[in-house]
Design a protein around this ligand. Structure first.
Ligand SMILES: [Fe+2]
Length: 279
């Protein structure tokens, strides 16, 4: 079969959307794959991709790239906000065809290398989420506990603390913030112009669940709000969650500290339930 050529489309390549925010770096390509948003940000020599979504969505991801005239080889870096399957599920496949270098938090290394989501305590924000069938909704979108293991090597970037240099050295004007709460390995990418890609550190779908912009599954509630404060303090004006539409900073400010750690439900049985439903 003839090799696909993307070169003819390159001159027509246009960002799908302008990322909302202040300043003038605000261009990138955003698209939604089922449940998870992906973002391609320009970097030196190609693109940095935020999120390596569900494995099931990989063929769709490749079609999206092709329709935008982008060769997978142009993806030089993959920024994984945390190790969950809908954020890291096709990382191994993407690496195979693009050779991209991966940026992750050190707490994500073990679960990525095992190819298994780690449930690290915490609970669900309220009973409405439990009785709403939210878990079945997520399952129906193809999110699972297991994914192709991702072997990390010397060429990858393992983040241990906030970092104001790495992204700049790769041609992306921004910084990396550690934003735990949903999971201990959560990191966010904050552009200087105010756009902040936060993975599941915030959530903007199905407001009837009463989640107040918190992901329904939280490992530590207080860390979660500390992470919101950090994003705002560091200059985030528009927060891009991996699930749902962008969130203006003010919405996080208005809902800060709404839940307490002791409000979480199913804290004792959560790991068992997740194992049963997502295996
Ligand atoms: Fe997650």
């Amino acid at each position: 079969m003839a090799e696909k050529s993307y070169a003819h489309k390159r001159s027509e390549k246009q960002p799908d959307i302008c990322l909302q925010g202040k300043g003038n770096m605000g261009t990138g390509i955003s698209f939604n794959l089922g449940l998870t948003n992906q973002h391609l940000l320009p970097c030196a020599g190609g693109y940095l991709l935020v999120e390596g979504g569900s494995k099931k969505k990989f063929p769709q991801f490749l079609r999206e790239l092709e329709s935008k005239g982008i060769d997978p080889g142009e993806i030089r870096y993959l920024f994984i906000t945390h190790h969950h399957e809908d954020h890291a599920g096709f990382a191994a496949l993407l690496r195979e065809i693009s050779g991209c270098r991966i940026i992750v938090h050190k707490e994500a290394v073990k679960p990525l290398e095992e190819g298994k989501c780690a449930v690290t305590g915490g609970g669900i924000i309220n009973w409405r989420v439990v009785f709403s069938g939210f878990g079945f909704y997520v399952l129906s979108k193809g999110v699972r506990m297991f994914f192709s293991p991702v072997k990390l090597g010397d060429a990858d970037f393992i983040i241990e603390k906030d970092d104001n240099e790495l992204l700049r050295s790769l041609g992306v004007p921004g910084k990396i913030l550690c934003t735990p709460g949903h999971s201990p390995d959560s990191i966010s990418l904050l552009l200087d112009e105010g756009s902040c890609f936060c993975g599941d550190a915030a959530f903007n779908l199905m407001h009837w669940l009463g989640h107040r912009y918190c992901m329904p599954l939280v490992s530590d509630m207080e860390s979660s709000y500390r992470s919101w404060r950090k994003m705002i303090r560091e200059g985030a004006s528009t927060i891009y969650p991996s699930h749902g539409n962008p969130i203006p900073r003010e919405k996080l400010e208005q809902n800060m500290d709404y839940f307490k750690q002791e409000d979480l439900v199913l804290t004792k049985v959560l790991p068992k339930l997740v194992d049963i439903f997502f295996s």
